[in-house]
Design a protein around this ligand. Structure first.
Ligand code: FE2
Ligand code: FE2
Length: 257
């Protein structure tokens, strides 16, 4: 099925979720406390690293080759992983032992990533439209929509935070730089259309069956996980509403390990 999806409209529709009072309060607490800024940047780095690895998730070279700019996207996600962790290490060495973050088990990147991926897998299976290509495209789209909304909200909150100006500027600059590249990542609808037009003649059966499953994909298969992803980060931001408890939990994760 041809997908008519207006990414800008979807972003506008989901943006108010991050504007909810508890989410805003969480964002303020997060961006006002160096401990949490270090934690957030390191969590982002972890999530970006999984995004980089996900590019290989299609597991089908004939079709992966048809997806425009895949190596570029992989390279950019790797850059995001590195720039965020480098900024965290430079600005907040007190929470690193050498290169290693002190509370790795509490990081949110992987938890969030797996929650959205598995939630979406389950949904596609229940709807009878699961394939690894469908999962890759719809989950990647969901992450990219979430990233644009969350990173923008964090960058804005950082700019008006009480952090020292050099810290504020560096963090906002890192996030803004990532956002610029992320804007190019949401073009999944074009990829969807290009894949559907793949000439079938020389394809393996595996590739053909992935294209058959792709043809079944519907608009809501992109929209639903995007909303799921945004809601997942909203509840993540709400955790900062009780900063003492959350910080104690993060610190306790190191003792438990
Ligand atoms: Fe990224
Ligand atoms: Fe991205």
């Amino acid at each position: 099925m041809e997908i008519q999806l207006d990414e800008g409209a979807l972003l506008a529709e989901l943006a108010p979720l991050l504007d909810a009072p508890r989410c805003r309060a969480g964002l303020r607490n997060l961006t006002g406390d160096p401990f949490f800024v270090a934690f957030f940047l390191t969590s982002v780095s972890q999530g970006e690293g999984l995004g980089e690895a996900a590019v290989g998730m299609i597991g089908q070279d004939e079709l992966a080759a048809r997806i425009r700019d895949l190596p570029k996207q992989e390279r950019e996600e790797r850059g995001h992983k590195e720039r965020t962790i480098d900024a965290a290490r430079d600005l907040f060495p007190e929470w690193f032992a050498g290169d290693a973050y002190r509370f790795p088990d509490a990081l949110q990147g992987r938890t969030y990533y797996v929650e959205v991926l598995e939630g979406n897998r389950e949904r596609l299976r229940a709807e009878g439209r699961y394939s690894r290509l469908n999962l890759y495209l719809t989950t990647t789209f969901a992450y990219e929509i979430m990233v644009l909304l969350l990173y923008r909200a964090v960058a804005d909150a950082v700019r008006s935070s009480p952090l020292p100006a050099p810290v504020r500027d560096r963090v906002a600059r890192v996030i803004d730089g990532i956002l610029e590249e992320e804007e190019g990542h949401v073009g999944v609808v074009g990829q969807h259309a290009a894949l559907l037009e793949t000439p079938r003649g020389d394809l393996s059966r595996d590739a053909e069956s992935l294209l058959d499953a792709l043809a079944e994909l519907e608009l809501r298969d992109y929209r639903v996980p995007a909303e799921m992803a945004v809601r997942a980060v909203v509840s993540m931001m709400e955790r900062y509403c009780d900063p003492e408890t959350y910080r104690a939990e993060i610190e306790a994760s190191a003792r438990a390990a």
